[in-house]
Design a protein around this ligand. Structure first.
Ligand code: GUN
Length: 296
């Protein structure tokens, strides 16, 4: 087990900055392993297949889905991108999902969120066969995670866990503070940390005095979508800080929820944005798609 660097003895003449967890490099490792296992599966006659559905023309979503499909192709998987006009009816979308559920060449189905307001996103997610729910958003997947049963893990928190595993972070008995309570990141993240014997606090937009909580944290996961939410004065020296945020600063540059420049002087580990959690999300989607095909 990797020993955490002690920061309590830090002086002005002895100043360490955080170890940066390179998500891009780790994602490349995961993808290489998935590619290798995909080749083996293909040799036995099964080509893992992912279907990605995008409804509407949200520019960020368009970039995400293109990256997901390209990542699949790059590691030897079959992938299809279905793009529909924002006016698509809920009924038609449900029919597309049903058709993909029945398609033997498709092992994973991903409906990119957000969906247009006239479509009930939860209803669409529940229409996906749990066996093909590579996003891990189905109520069956969420329930399995909560009860400790096998099921697909949502890709972003799964990627965060992979990063902690990579640095051999000993979660047992540690205090993890998750900021954000979404079904996509915050809640599943908390469950995964709990399953590894961390003591978990979930904070959110209505938490008074966030700093009082984060200062107690050995691990901080910031997943709110507000830049500079976590500043150096809120971080315990040596803590591991995972930044799930995807924001733009005034100059239009991509940035996370963490003040990286400030926090890296205090934290023991930190993930950058870009090049941190983001690439891991896609890598874990590939891992889930491979898993779905292997389960067949
Ligand atoms: N929108 C933002 N993140 C995600 C994700 O991980 N999956 C899907 N389907 N939509 C998203």
């Amino acid at each position: 087990m990797l020993k955490l660097r002690k920061r309590s003895s830090r002086t002005h003449t002895f100043h360490m900055t955080a170890q940066i967890i390179d998500g891009k490099a780790l994602a490349a490792e995961v993808r290489a392993e998935v590619a290798q296992r995909t080749a083996t599966l293909k040799a036995s006659g099964i080509t893992p297949g992912l279907a990605v559905i995008l409804v509407g023309d949200n520019p960020a979503s368009q970039v995400y889905v293109r990256n997901k499909v390209k990542a699949c192709t790059d590691c030897g998987m079959h992938s299809v991108l279905e793009q529909y006009d924002a006016s698509m009816s809920e009924e038609d979308l449900l029919a597309r999902v049903q058709s993909l559920n029945a398609d033997p060449s498709i092992h994973g189905i991903l409906v990119q969120l957000p969906l247009p307001a006239h479509i009930n996103a939860q209803k669409v997610i529940e229409a996906i066969s749990p066996a093909k729910d590579v996003d891990g958003f189905h109520v069956a997947s969420a329930g399995a995670l909560m009860t400790g049963l096998p099921g697909f893990l949502p890709c972003t928190p799964y990627g965060c866990m992979k990063m902690l595993e990579h640095i051999n972070y000993p979660l047992k008995g540690k205090h993890a503070v998750v900021i954000g309570r979404s079904n996509i990141v915050g809640k599943p993240m908390a469950m995964m940390l709990l399953a590894q014997d961390a003591t978990v606090t979930i904070c959110h937009s209505r938490t008074p005095d966030l700093k009082a909580h984060t200062l107690q944290a050995d691990v901080i996961v910031a997943a709110v979508g507000r830049r500079n939410l976590v500043t150096a004065d809120m971080v315990k020296p040596g803590a591991a800080v995972l930044d799930v945020g995807m924001n733009r600063n005034d100059a239009g540059k991509l940035c996370g929820d963490v003040d990286f420049e400030g926090v890296k002087e205090v934290a023991g580990y930190i993930t950058p944005v870009p090049g941190g959690v983001g690439p891991m999300t896609i890598a874990m989607l590939l891992a889930n798609t491979l898993q779905a095909a292997t389960n067949r």
